[in-house]
Design a binder for this molecule. Sequence first.
Ligand code: DXP
Length: 257
Amino acid sequence: MTDDTFEIAGRKFSSRLIIGTGKYKDYAENAAAAEASGAEIVTVAVRRVNLTDRDKPMLVDYVSPEKYTYLPNTAGCFTAEDAIRTLRLAREAGGWDLVKLEVLSDQKTLYPDMAETLRAAELLIKEGFQVMVYCTDDPVYARKLEEAGCCAIMPLGAPIGSGLGIQNPVNIRLIVEQAKVPVLVDAGVGTASDAAIAMELGCDGVLLNTAIAEAKDPIRMARAMKHAVIAGREAYLAGRMGRKKYADPSSPLAGLI
Ligand SMILES: CC(=O)[C@@H](O)[C@H](O)COP(=O)(O)O
């Protein structure tokens, strides 16, 4: 493969897969999955993962911040204020200013509250954060978030943890077409083909957690996701053949014996 790195907020990455750090049996399994996935970025729910209490097991001892770029996220935040407070804490704890913003609307759908997300993004950017933003697959809000200065747009494929795959490929394509910053499908990926589809739609990457953590063999699924993202990206760059209405023989019909 040719060099196909991509950049988020001026930082270069080779892997286009970002994985989560929740729902694993333990941190050791999480570390093995991260290794198998080839991911260079791991996202960390600041309100759920122990980042400061040395008397308890700590993620950083298994998934090293020296090796992986930590992307603190605001999972569990339902207001802009909650999200901002959480990310200020993350910056104090680890100096992290590249962050994933998610402001959720309700427990049942875990859908992003887009008005609140936009407000939080504007405030965080003013404070110097580089904001990768979890959002609905709405091209209008995606554009507003980019105009506000977000460094990556991350529309959901389906509700968080649902594993339903990409429900609205048309909207994802529209978001990709208009964006000048990286677009990553975030949430709802259930298996490798979902990740490949995201990449075939032209996304710059995929962020996922549950599909790996809740697979029967998480390490194997992590490996599958790595290959799926590479395959989808290669297929996108190669350019899909046109869809035809009727059969078209694979070998020429002219000159048959
Ligand atoms: C880990 C994280 O940031 C999740 O909130 C994210 O949206 C992933 O969702 P899935 O678990 O559906 O992959």
